[in-house]
Design a protein around this ligand. Structure first.
Ligand code: TYC
Length: 130
């Protein structure tokens, strides 16, 4: 299943297939109308899109100040928040920087990787499904 909504912060409705009467609980629709006709009903349910964690990985070469700057610039963190997450990555090897829709996570990863490459730092940023 793909999610192509241009604004991924807005929940996308999905039409679910009608289930047979046998699959339905009482009072769930799809019964008799009392005059011999069959009642049908289409239900539209709102499903949340899957979320993706964006992870920052430690390395031995990228300057701490550069990582702090990346976190402020691309993830909207305060200097104190950015410093804290940078230190977590430095000590533990990686940290979750944020959780986003697929498209937003993909964009953040690309922005960080491109920015690091342009500054010739080996900083690595990846995403994984939550
Ligand atoms: N370990 C790096 C250093 O000592 C700092 C660093 C922190 C690098 C976080 C990457 O994602 C990172 N300069």
């Amino acid at each position: 299943m793909t999610f192509t909504a241009t604004n991924p912060t807005i929940a996308t409705p999905f039409a679910l297939p009608l289930r047979s009467m046998a699959e339905r609980k009482d009072g769930e629709g799809g019964g008799r109308d009392g005059e011999g006709g069959l009642l049908t009903e289409t239900k539209t349910r709102t499903q949340r899109p899957p979320l993706y964690k964006v992870l920052l990985l430690n390395d031995d070469y990228t300057p701490m100040e550069f990582v702090v700057h990346v976190l402020e610039r691309f993830f909207g963190l305060s200097h104190a928040q950015a410093f804290e997450i940078m230190l977590t990555v430095h000590k533990k090897g990686l940290a979750v920087v944020g959780v986003f829709s697929f498209e937003v996570a993909e964009t953040k990863v690309a922005q960080v990787m491109d920015f690091a490459r342009r500054h010739q730092h080996p900083l690595q940023c990846t995403m994984e499904k939550e």
